[in-house]
Design a protein. Structure first.
Length: 616
């Protein structure tokens, strides 16, 4: 996966109506925007004054605007306009193979929706072959926002604390080199966050990541655009525009008692590229301990402990493990998944119409990159019970493009806890297999296969069991007393280390999902986390939670939180939100989580009925 970070510049308006549709187009100019306004009635031919500094407000129950539910302000609604002009992308970000002039659009070429002078489809020569896809990632934007790439609307979002991604392949410009460099697929991807927060944990990244920040190539010449307007742009550059509204209907789901008035982009924004024909869309791992192999012991010859930061020479117990994996393969419309489950000894295959086959293999390493499996696991060819001396595969099956299986890790593993945060590296690799059928039957190369790695997904996991039983929280079979805080962090790593120094062992991310960097550090330092959904309706406590129109929005926020953070060992429980009443909607949220992830408990502050939560 190729990754490119993006920075931004922002201008603000006092209300959304100040943003004309014309303002987000590539050819926006002061005179044209003014003319459009005059044609519309003359009252707003020029945008209203730019709001340089919005006023922060602290509220608990009262909404920070005067309009009554379910209405939001239409005039006094500060709106930010983020405009970024960045250089065209390298050609190999989009094209693995060139397009033929007679390509009808069903192959590797990318067509835009624009019409040429003859009314037909126009093929953009700057894009070339469409063997890769480009995705725009927003880590978090306060308020409701609309995103445009080169004048094209690509999507919108509302949850202020969760990421959104949009496929912008048809809309970005790339530069075609005289010689297309040979590239290898894959790259480093650590979970859904993928580097959110802009922090560096000190690990080396493979060379497949693309260097260079976009701000090194920003065109600072705004002569073509009016002050505060979205303008500029050319065939050689790309223009990203984000229009962020401070208030929307989602404001009623985000009534947390904290400072408001700091809307806009507050987390990382970047673009990345993956193979288009087939790529790893998502990997979900549930790692649990099974049976104990060795109890606590002491090495009398060692003066220093090898685990965590303890100076004790007591060794933690060793266990066998159970690893449940769900991997989802993304693909275009020419790639299909076929086969049934392995109980019938049939292979699970992802194939392309030209005969190309794709397979996923898996490997588990300790933190020092020592493999725990004798060989990488390929559930498509390993039958039930096979897989090596120290691993046994079971329950491998296929549902559409979702491959799932379970692995019994017979070799010793260490359990993850706050006192011994032992992590393992899980890697999923997507392999492309090509059979040479063009050679003559008598040729020695006839039927020969060649393989190449086209995508790689890495994530850190920890083996641990979390159970709520008899009014006790049991982690790895031991009762744990939570000594934690509801936290809103400034300097994440500094604050977490300070918490460990003062013997805190848990965090509740009050009252919304935090930056992905927090969970990465909690995994490594050893802190339990209760991940809380971005849902609070304090000012309308028992009203909004009973509105049918908000049911899907609540479910969407919980689902996206769980999928983003699902592989973090530090997360021992999910929270449905805070001070949002209680209704059948919460039972729906609870049911979805327990159906998707059985390895964690579900908590909710407003829990008041049996069957809708595990604990309050």
């Amino acid at each position: 996966m190729l990754v490119r970070p993006i920075v931004r510049r922002r201008r603000r308006r006092s209300r959304p109506l100040s943003i004309r549709d014309r303002a987000v187009q590539l050819d926006a100019r002061r005179s044209r925007v003014a003319a459009a306004g005059a044609a519309g009635g003359g009252g707003d031919e020029e945008p209203s004054g730019i709001v340089v500094d919005d006023v922060p407000r602290y509220t608990n129950v009262q909404m920070p605007f005067d309009t009554l539910y379910p209405h939001v302000p239409t005039r006094d609604n500060p709106t930010g306009v983020y405009r970024l002009t960045f250089s065209s992308l390298p050609h190999f970000w989009l094209a693995g193979e060139g397009c033929d002039d007679d390509d009808d659009g069903g192959g590797g070429c990318i067509y835009r929706d624009d019409e040429d002078d003859d009314g037909g489809r126009r093929r953009d020569s700057t894009i070339g072959g469409g063997r890769r896809r480009v995705v725009l990632h927003f880590g978090g934007i306060e308020g409701c926002y609309f995103a445009y790439m080169n004048g094209h609307f690509v999507g919108m979002g509302k949850d202020s604390r969760l990421p959104s991604e949009f496929d912008v392949t048809p809309y970005v410009n790339s530069r075609r080199p005289t010689r297309i460099p040979e590239t290898r697929g894959g790259g480093w991807r650590g979970g859904m966050g993928g580097g959110g927060g802009g922090k560096d944990d000190g690990e080396d990244r493979p060379s497949t990541m693309m260097g260079g920040r976009v701000d090194d190539h920003i065109d600072d010449n705004d002569d073509d655009g009016c002050a505060g307007e979205v303008g500029g742009g050319s065939e050689e550059t790309n223009l990203l525009v984000v229009v962020a509204l401070k208030w929307s209907d989602s404001s009623f789901l985000e009534q947390q008692d904290h400072w408001r008035g700091m809307g806009g982009i507050h987390r990382s924004v970047y673009i990345y590229s993956t193979p288009a024909e087939a790529y790893i869309e998502d990997v979900f791992c549930i790692a649990e301990i099974s049976s104990i192999l060795t109890p606590h012991g002491r090495d009398d010859d060692d003066d220093e402990g090898d685990f965590g930061n303890s100076s004790s020479s007591v060794f933690p117990p060793m266990y066998t493990g159970r690893l449940s994996v769900q991997a989802r393969i993304g693909r275009d419309n020419r790639t299909r998944v076929s086969g049934r489950n392995i109980y019938y000894n049939e292979q699970i295959k992802c194939t392309r119409s030209d005969g190309t086959e794709y397979r996923m293999i898996y490997q588990l390493y300790d933190y020092g990159w020592t493999p725990l499996f004798d060989a990488p696991i390929d559930p498509t060819i390993h039958h039930r019970g096979e897989g090596g001396n120290n691993v046994r595969i079971a329950d491998a099956q296929l549902r559409s493009n979702l491959i799932s299986f379970k692995v019994d890790v017979l070799g010793p593993v260490l359990a993850w806890s706050d006192e011994c945060p032992t992590l393992y590296r899980f890697r999923a690799t997507l392999i492309k297999i090509i059979v040479d059928n063009d050679a003559d039957d008598d040729s020695p190369t006839s039927g020969r296969t060649s393989t190449s790695v086209i995508d790689v997904y890495d994530t850190l996991i920890g083996f641990r069991n979390v159970v709520v039983s008899d009014r006790k929280l049991l982690i790895n079979g031991r009762a744990v007393l939570i000594k934690g805080v509801a936290i809103s962090l400034d300097e994440i790593l500094v604050d977490l280390r300070l918490m460990k120094r003062y013997n805190f062992n848990a965090i509740r991310t009050a009252h919304y999902p935090n930056d992905p960097y927090l969970y990465d550090m909690a995994d490594k330092l050893g802190l339990y986390v209760i991940d809380e959904a971005n849902i609070e309706c304090h000012g309308h406590y028992d009203m909004i939670c009973r509105e049918h129109s908000f049911a899907f929005a609540m479910l969407d926020r919980v689902q996206r939180m769980v999928v983003r953070d699902q592989n973090h060992a530090c997360i021992i429980g999910w929270s449905l939100g805070n001070e949002a009443g209680y209704s059948m909607h919460h039972k729906m949220l609870y049911g979805w989580i327990k159906g998707y992830d059985t390895s964690r408990f579900v908590q909710y502050e407003g829990y008041g009925e049996v069957g809708g939560c595990d604990c309050a």
